[in-house]
Design a binder for this molecule. Structure first.
Ligand SMILES: [Zn+2]
Length: 265
């Protein structure tokens, strides 16, 4: 099997990976509190592990970049442990990673997101990469790759709110990927977020309203959701579903033609 980890390649091997037009898969997480039962690394771990499992299935078609560990999460700073990066910094940082890859000749950059609050910043970073280089970049949050029917079939927590942060979904995934890092005896349900017609928070079906306030205003534990409903078996189903779809996404993205630009002035 060819090496899949970007940082383990030599420069001639990078040149070969470019010749194969492998898709660059860049996991981006964050380092932040996830309640009393999950580690700070949760969002890095989920994005990086699912990316690794996917790239391992298509080692000739993709290469796995080292994950980005720090990101935007100022709203979590009332809880110990969170490392908060300014939004402008994360946009520029991820843009620079993508542009560097493009300068070496890679044409497809896939950002795999593990942190809800990354979405607007990584969307802009992906657009920047596309606008400022010859490559094209796309971004996908792992939970959005899970088929809705699978979540509905497995879900035991209430909607909305049971699957938001350190929740039934994330805790199940961690129980499958790294059970040694989950302290289920400390997990508790915390859905004190004021759920109304427009303001609700659930990974299964995001609200139409973009809104984020200080986390400590609506969560006592650092959790939003019901991690007591989490199970490793569910986590395995979710991870397998994400990996299966990510493999398809990588293949589709690799085959995607980049049409020439036309200047109509
Ligand atoms: Zn998370």
């Amino acid at each position: 099997m060819p090496k899949i980890r970007y940082e383990e390649l030599t420069w001639p091997e990078v040149k070969e990976a470019v010749a194969q037009q492998r898709v660059c898969v860049l996991p981006v997480g964050t380092t932040e509190q996830h309640g009393p039962h999950l580690p700070l690394v949760t969002d890095v771990l989920t994005a990086a592990e699912m990316s690794r499992l996917a790239v391992e299935q298509v080692p000739d078609e993709a290469v796995l970049l080292p994950p980005v560990y720090y990101s935007f999460n100022e709203h979590h700073m009332d809880f110990p442990g969170t490392i908060a990066i300014a939004g402008e910094t994360i946009i520029r940082y991820v843009t620079d990673i993508g542009i560097s890859l493009a300068r070496h000749g890679f044409e497809k950059i896939l950002i795999v997101n593990g942190h809800g609050s990354n979405v607007p910043f990584l969307d802009i970073a992906a657009r920047n990469i596309t606008n400022e280089s010859t490559a094209i970049a796309a971004m996908a949050s792992w939970w959005s790759l899970i088929p809705k029917e699978l979540i509905t079939a497995q879900r035991e927590s209430e909607y909305p709110g049971g699957m938001a942060h350190g929740c039934e979904l994330e805790t199940s995934v961690l129980l499958h990927l790294r059970p040694d890092l989950v302290q289920m005896d400390k997990a508790s349900k915390d859905i004190s977020f004021q759920h109304t017609e427009f303001f609700y928070w659930d990974l299964q079906n995001p609200s139409p309203i973009f809104f984020q306030e200080w986390f400590s205003r609506y969560s006592k534990t650092g959790t939003v959701g019901d991690p007591t409903k989490a199970k490793a078996a569910k986590g395995e189903l979710f991870v397998n579903a994400v990996v299966e779809r990510m493999v398809k996404l990588i293949r589709e993205f690799r085959a995607r033609e980049i049409a020439p630009r036309v200047d109509h002035h």
